[in-house]
Ligand binder design. Structure first.
Ligand code: GLN
Ligand code: ZN
Length: 761
């Protein structure tokens, strides 16, 4: 009998119950005990949703982040957060977010970063030469007991020791791997504790195995698993998010009892791995994607699994490709999605049903799962053939893409001259990144409009009033290039997705981004087209209010792609090219309407980088190409800006330059312009606006601070090519903060200009 199991279940609850409870708790309106009770309730519900599986993950639930849970379990708690007294949960939230409920003062929150190539963020383990570990498995053991009381066939899930160190960071120059022996002692104790509870299998997550690892990491893997081998529970070495490639031999040489492969990202490794499987090992195959919201092709999965089942029998396990953390909980919550589209989708709950059908078909023959198989085949066929998915005109347009489409008419030097003559901007021109404060009033108007309580005309008038306000303020401030302020946008991707054909929106399709923050990615299901202009009316109205240049504001194709659930029936690059063509049409409409400066935001370009560096080139090729197609269909005089919320450019600066935007604005103020170091090695050829106002903080930068930051920037980039602007959009700030900050920014630019003139004379 093939076994069926799961690697992890979303912890936020079908209606984001966890988020609301966390936030209430942090405000002091929900006690520790009440929060714990809600946690137990969610776990119970999640276990019920996983009933019928042979092994159910325990330890995957978390009040903030499972990596942070691991740090606490290993006794790696930063000193600043340790409780003198009181609840362990308080210390936990102090590391997670700098502050526990009721704390008068905050501490530095732990650093947060992307979990592999997903949009989930974990709290980075803080490591140093002085780090010691000490087991504290209370939480995990309590949840194990709780699961067993509920009759759940529990399989504890832990982050593996090598991946734990791989995820961590040291700041004292100490080599993380020196901590391994001490860490292994604690892992040994943990496995012994689980053995005492009679645990047979432990899922030990080692996704670092799908990344490029140096020889020292290979040695660490050997050392770690040789030290953990022994009479304790059997270990299922669990990998996901990619191919094992050159690490496959390493993985199969470790003394464990089985391995999990993400067969969705590595379909070509199934055969290799099953052929190389050590005697007696379990092979767990993740054939249902834990990363997207599409129904799997069950028939196709069975074609792969049946022969392997023939050889391995009960040593074949079936699971989702990775934890279901990255998909929404339950499709049946959706009441507004149309039936056809719904029939193509599967959220966590439905993915487990697929796993059950696969188990039935393997163990009792396809006949036993006939109904489910037939329904699955029907849904896939309807999706393949649907007119909503296939748009011949779009497909032809993408086929006809030629390299010339992404090229400007003239090189930057010539364009810059033409633009200078047209705009006559001063040195150190000032601008902002797009959004102005999204006041409660704006959000209320949008909410009422959506709920049908405000008619289209009343809504338009309200938004126009906001645009007028933003324009008036910018004129008073004396900014050089204005924006309309994005009052009408809820979100920079959703706003465009809602107006493009080929996108759908769920009501409860939330996934955890970090802590209590959840996102609801749009669903890109079909060929993309733009039935009508998306931003033209607002931008044109804004331009009519001023004689200064109004900057049109668009989200770029790569960012729309990277922040959506995308199609699995065509390469990402193809969907990206389709988006590029739609944005290109918008750019040209804006240009035709007299908008001569257009910004195309690519906030998420870097996020799409593959885990392995050897694959970066291919991604960057089509990503940069897509941006160029979107941006470059304009005349020399039209100035293209792009914006990115980071400036870790060192490793991709050639690609950033290849985008060939006339101006790029980036985030640099918090790092004190240090991030511009990339420019030592590579001379960025076009204009650049390094942010001088940290919009993540309520602090108002002084004129002097801004002048100093810009002077620092001009050591790296010639002053003639510098712009003065904030780090990012201002939508999360209040007008009271924004106005003085921008006032200082404008006067700082003035001072820089005077200083520059002085040096000429
Ligand atoms: N134009 C967007 C804004 O100002 C950019 C946001 C972003 O880069 N995340 O809000
Ligand atoms: Zn930004």
């Amino acid at each position: 009998m093939a076994q069926i199991h799961n690697l992890g279940f979303p912890r936020i609850g079908a209606e984001r119950e966890l988020k609301f409870a966390q936030e209430k708790h942090w405000k002091g309106a929900l006690s520790h005990a009440q929060l714990e009770a809600l946690g137990a309730e969610l776990r119970r519900e999640n276990w019920q949703r996983q009933s019928g599986l042979d092994a159910v993950p325990v330890g995957d639930f978390s009040f903030y982040d499972h990596v942070l849970d691991t740090s606490f379990m290993l006794g790696n708690v930063p000193e600043r957060a340790r409780p003198e007294q009181g609840q362990p949960l308080d210390a936990y939230f102090r590391v997670a977010r700098g502050r526990a409920a009721g704390d008068a003062e905050g501490v530095a929150a732990g650093e947060m970063t992307k979990w592999f190539d997903t949009n989930y963020h974990y709290i980075v383990p803080e490591l140093s030469g002085r780090t010691t570990f000490q087991l504290d498995a209370k939480r995990l053991l309590a949840q194990l007991a709780e699961a067993r009381r509920a009759g759940v066939p529990a399989k504890p899930v832990i982050v593996g020791p090598v991946t734990y160190l791989w995820l961590g960071k040291t700041h004292d120059g100490c080599d993380r791997l020196e901590l391994l022996p001490g860490l292994l002692r604690v892992y040994g104790e943990l496995l012994a504790a689980l053995a005492r509870e009679g645990v047979e299998w432990v899922q030990i997550d080692e996704p670092a195995l799908v990344t490029e690892l140096g020889p020292e990491w290979h040695r660490a893997y050997h050392l770690a698993y040789e030290s953990l081998a022994g009479p304790g529970p059997q270990l299922l070495l669990t990998t996901y998010f990619g191919r094992l490639r050159e690490n496959l031999e390493l993985a199969t040489s470790l003394p464990v009892a089985g391995i999990h492969l993400d067969a969705v990202s590595a379909p070509d490794e199934v055969e290799r791995l099953s052929g190389a499987l050590p005697a007696g090992w379990v092979l767990s195959l993740g054939v249902v994607s834990g990363r997207n919201i599409w129904k799997s092709d069950i028939g196709k999965a069975l074609d792969v699994l049946e022969p392997i089942h023939g050889t391995l029998g009960d040593r074949l396990w079936i699971a989702p490709s990775c934890s279901l953390l990255h998909v929404p909980v339950d499709l049946t919550s959706e009441k507004k999605l149309d039936a056809e589209l719904s029939s193509w989708l599967a959220f966590a709950q439905q993915k487990l049903e697929e796993i059950r059908s696969l188990g039935d078909a393997l163990n009792q023959g396809r006949e036993a799962a006939k109904g489910a198989l037939a329904e699955n085949a029907r849904a896939l066929q309807s999706r393949r053939r649907s007119k909503r998915v296939n748009d011949a005109a779009v497909q032809t347009a993408v086929k006809r893409l030629s390299p010339g489409l992404g090229a400007r008419k003239s090189p930057y030097g010539k364009r810059a001259g033409a633009q200078a003559r047209l705009f006559k901007l001063p040195k150190f021109p000032t601008t902002t990144i797009g959004s102005f404060p999204q006041t409660a009033e704006i959000r209320k108007a949008r909410g009422e409009f959506r709920a049908g309580k405000l008619d289209a005309n009343a809504y338009r008038l309200k938004m126009r009033a906001e645009i007028e306000r933003a324009v008036r303020e910018q004129e008073t401030l004396g900014l050089d290039v204005l924006v309309h302020g994005e009052a009408e946008r809820n979100d920079m991707v959703e706003y465009f997705g809602e107006q493009l054909d080929g996108f759908a929106f769920s009501e409860f399709g939330w996934v955890q981004s970090y802590g209590s923050r959840c996102v609801k990615p749009p669903i890109l299901f079909g060929d993309i087209s733009r039935p009508r202009p998306m931003t033209l009316e607002w931008t044109r109205f804004a331009q009519s209010l001023t004689r200064k240049p109004m900057k049109g504001m668009l989200t770029g194709p790569v960012t729309i792609l990277n922040w959506s659930f995308v199609r699995d029936d065509q390469p990402r690059s193809l969907s990206c090219y389709q988006l590029a063509l739609a944005i290109r049409d918008e750019v040209r409409d804006l240009e035709r309407a007299g908008v001569r400066i257009i910004q195309i935001d690519e906030a998420a370009l870097r996020e799409g980088l593959p885990l392995r560096r050897s694959e970066w080139h291919e991604y960057l090729r089509w990503a940069v190409d897509s941006f160029r197609i979107a941006a470059n269909g304009v005349a020399d005089e039209t100035q293209i800006h792009t914006h990115m919320c980071y400036s870790e450019f060192n490793d991709i600066i050639e690609s950033i330059a290849a985008m060939d935007a006339d101006v790029i604005t980036i985030e640099t103020s918090r790092s004190n312009m240090e991030l511009l170091d990339a420019f030592d090695r590579f001379e960025y050829p076009n204009q650049i606006g390094p942010g001088v106002y940290d919009i993540h903080s309520p602090n108002v930068p002084s004129e002097q601070q801004i002048v100093e930051l810009m002077q620092k920037a001009s050591e790296k980039v010639p002053a003639e090519r510098l712009w003065v602007n904030p780090d990012c959009g201002l939508k999360t700030r209040s007008w009271e903060e924004v106005l003085p900050a921008l006032r200082n920014m404008v006067s700082a630019a003035q001072r820089l200009r005077e200083a520059a003139q002085g040096s000429v004379r």
